[in-house]
Design a protein around this ligand. Structure first.
Ligand code: FES
Length: 100
């Protein structure tokens, strides 16, 4: 596991998300009272949750509105026990880093 810089400090607006390509993976990072990182692609049909609607800890996939908890990666509807992988993320002096 290594830490990779994905954005400049302040590069992800508060209460929103952004998508990054890191080591061949699409990662969504949300700035919501801290930073949270998880796989960006919805398990339904690969919509990117990075561009969904964020309410509290819940992100809604923009394609067909499945919901995930951004802190745990857990899918909140339709299928039990499904999770997107989560990653550690940190804002440092020189940027935002994710461990992958
Ligand atoms: S691709 Fe996310 S709900 Fe269909």
């Amino acid at each position: 596991m290594t830490w990779k810089k994905v954005a400049e400090k302040g590069g992800i607006q508060k209460d929103s998300g952004a998508q990054f390509n890191v080591e061949g993976k699409k990662i969504a990072i949300f700035n919501k009272d801290g930073y949270y990182a998880l796989d960006a692609l919805c398990v339904h049909q690969d919509g990117s949750i990075a561009f969904g609607k964020l309410e509290g800890d819940v992100i809604e996939c923009p394609l067909h509105f499945w919901h995930y908890n951004i802190k745990t990666g857990e899918l909140l509807d339709y299928l039990k026990g499904v999770k997107l992988q989560t990653y550690k993320v940190e804002e440092r002096k020189d940027g935002i880093y994710v461990e992958i």
